[in-house]
Design a binder for this molecule. Structure first.
Ligand code: S3P
Length: 448
């Protein structure tokens, strides 16, 4: 999807990376803080909010439903909500840009209020399946018109009137689908039960409890868990402190592991166990990552990470770990390319429906840079060793593909170029400055 307006960037090998990297706020928690704030009664004050394209798209959409959102300074926002069930139909269509999470959670949040909204987004978001969210929401009585069987955007959603509680099993290992159902249940009469086999990220559950929803989570004998949530709920605005995003931290972290002589510190990173699959895997690979000052902030576990260059070795990454590191496979594939031996990543089917088909995009990037790999079904097996580099990687409007292959270029023999860095601003606008601050060498013109 490169065009005349694309901004390519190359990364090349240089000096060791050193210093302290303050990565921005967690995207998942930022999105939820705005949405729950817009549903609550009274005022929600947020600090550490991720100021990125995706989060700003959600903020714009929430204003359309009648909530008041005010930016008071970098990362500091005030949200005056309408109360559950009091959103109004937006006057114009809602453009969610690149944001799957924002759009899907908002679909859930409006599903049990009798209003209508039109959802759209950029070319990447318009190619992503919305049926996985809007079909399960039908149990609450929603109707929709989308494009084709996958219910692509532009999609018109009609919320249900007098919705009743429902019992739903979420077969997909998706926190977005689970969260959409939980948000829909807030305005349904009675107690809804939402179950899931996979232990996907639980930020919605935690934050709903903090806003005063009656919600309980019970493990199931057969694995997974069931969430009971009562409606109609009365949410009360509160203060939310957003911890720093482990999925963004992953890029400087892996950079430090693969660039010889590096040592960096990543302070106050979210360490919710449902988000730490990458760290667990890298430790098994022999990474020197120390977690210091483990503490709790805003109801979430956080800690400081000290990361040193490491000799990595290949490992088996079981499919069961995928939910806790679903966004981290592209950067893990890069770490694996520098490891000794094979790294087998199992059960990656969900990667095919991200901002791009990430399994294909990663494979393409590896190939273009001389890294050997195999794809067997939904498994990716990377053979590590010397990384020649020298390729120009198509990013397909995917921020994580762009940052992953720039990371590769920091340690490969020849520089690595990505075709467009514009999308990095959807999740990590300060990425280039932060990496340059640690000593990374990026070049606007590949032959500089
Ligand atoms: C997210 C859930 C994940 C993840 C996305 C953020 C969330 O998506 O990939 O970046 O905030 O709930 P899925 O639920 O589709 O796995």
């Amino acid at each position: 999807m490169q065009n005349a307006n694309s901004t390519p960037l190359s990364a090349r090998r240089g000096a060791p990376l050193k210093g302290v990297a303050q990565v921005p706020g967690d995207k998942s928690i930022s999105q939820r803080a705005l949405i729950l704030g817009a549903l609550a009664q009274g005022e929600t004050r947020i600090s550490g909010l991720l100021e990125s394209g995706d989060v700003h798209s959600t903020a714009g959409a929430l204003r359309g439903f009648g909530a008041e959102l005010t930016a008071e300074g970098p990362g500091r926002w005030r949200v005056k909500g309408t109360g559950v069930g009091h959103w109004r139909s937006p006057a114009s269509e809602l453009n969610f840009g690149n944001s799957g999470t924002g759009s899907r959670l908002v679909m859930g949040a409006m599903a049990t209020t009798p209003i209508t909204a039109v959802f759209t987004g950029d070319a990447s978001l318009r190619s992503r399946p919305m049926a996985r969210v809007v079909d399960p929401l039908k149990v609450f009585g929603v109707t929709y018109e989308g494009q084709g069987a996958k219910a692509l955007m532009p999609l018109t959603l009609h919320g249900a009137k007098d919705a009743r509680a429902a019992t739903v099993h979420v077969a997909t290992a998706s926190a977005q689908v689970k969260s959409a159902l939980l948000l829909a249940a807030l305005n349904a009469q009675g107690t809804s039960h939402i179950s899931q086999d996979a232990l996907t990220r639980d930020h919605s559950e935690k934050m709903l409890a903090a806003f005063g929803a009656r919600i309980t989570v019970t493990p199931r004998a057969e694995g997974g868990e069931t969430i009971a949530i009562e409606g109609p709920a009365r949410l009360a605005g509160c203060n939310v402190e957003v911890p720093r995003d482990p999925s963004s931290a992953a890029f400087p972290l892996v950079s430090a592991l693969i660039v010889p002589g590096s040592e960096i510190t990543l302070p106050a990173i979210l360490l919710n166990p449902r988000r730490t699959g990458l760290i667990e895997t890298l430790l098994e690979m022999g990474a020197r990552i120390e977690v210091q000052n483990r503490r709790v902030s805003g109801g979430e576990e956080i800690g400081d990470l000290v990361v040193r260059h490491s000799e990595l070795k290949g490992v088996e990454v079981p499919a069961s770990r995928a939910p806790s590191m679903i966004d981290e496979y592209p950067i893990l594939a890069v770490a694996a390319a520098f490891a000794k031996g094979k790294t087998a990543m199992r059960g990656l089917e969900e990667l095919r429906v991200k901002e791009s088909d990430r399994l294909e995009a990663v494979a393409r990037g590896l190939k273009l840079n001389g890294v050997k790999y195999e794809i067997e079904g939904d498994d990716l097996i990377v053979e590590g060793g010397a990384v020649p580099g020298g390729g120009t990687v198509p990013t397909h409007m995917d921020h994580r593909i762009a940052m992953s292959f720039l990371t590769m270029g920091l340690a490969s023999e020849k520089p690595v170029t990505v075709d467009d860095v514009a999308m990095i601003a959807t999740s990590f606008p300060e990425y280039q400055d932060l990496m340059r601050g640690l000593g990374a060498e990026f070049m606007e013109r590949p032959n500089e």
